[in-house]
Unconditional design. Structure first.
Length: 161
């Protein structure tokens, strides 16, 4: 597992990404489960940039290019932004993997809050603005929404190295 703080070195570029994702003009889409078909205890909002082998969002270049340009990958499987709303208590989603095929996950944290990513083996990665964590896609992990801010925004990228 690799954790990199201040991943986007140019603060203007990072702020542009953050401002785009928090803009009232950015389209978010409701999902009634966080991790799996059975995980109906929580919800979140998402926005897909790339899936099914094609770019599916007009926001892709503005938001994803600065991040993808710093990753070492051969093939992009999927990328999307996730927005979790404020909760009264931490609700741990089901542990899961994003894809059954061999891959890596890059999880980029857009804002700082007390939400986190929990790994089944015990690691806990805090949500810190402009940080990315890169890990093997076979590692089971869970999303844990925040209790201190209105929103927790992450960008999830699945790729083959």
């Amino acid at each position: 597992m690799q954790e990199i703080k201040n991943f986007i070195e140019d603060k203007n570029i990072f702020n542009d990404i953050k401002n785009a994702l928090t803009s009232p003009d950015f389209p978010w889409y409701y999902s009634d489960r966080v991790a799996s078909i059975e995980d109906t205890k929580d919800f979140y909002f998402s926005h897909h940039f790339y899936r099914n082998e094609k770019q599916v969002s007009s926001w892709s270049n503005r938001i994803m290019s600065p991040i993808l340009g710093r990753l070492n990958y051969n093939y992009l499987l999927r990328s999307r932004a996730n927005l979790y709303t404020k909760h009264e208590k931490h609700v741990i989603s089901d542990f899961h993997v994003d894809s059954s095929e061999p891959h890596k996950v890059a999880l980029f944290y857009v804002n700082t809050c007390n939400g986190y990513t929990l790994f089944k083996k015990g690691d806990k990665i805090l949500s810190e603005e402009n940080k990315i964590v890169i890990f093997d896609g076979t590692e089971e992990h869970a999303s844990v929404p925040q209790t201190d801010t209105k929103q927790r925004i992450t960008i999830n990228i699945n790729f083959s190295p």
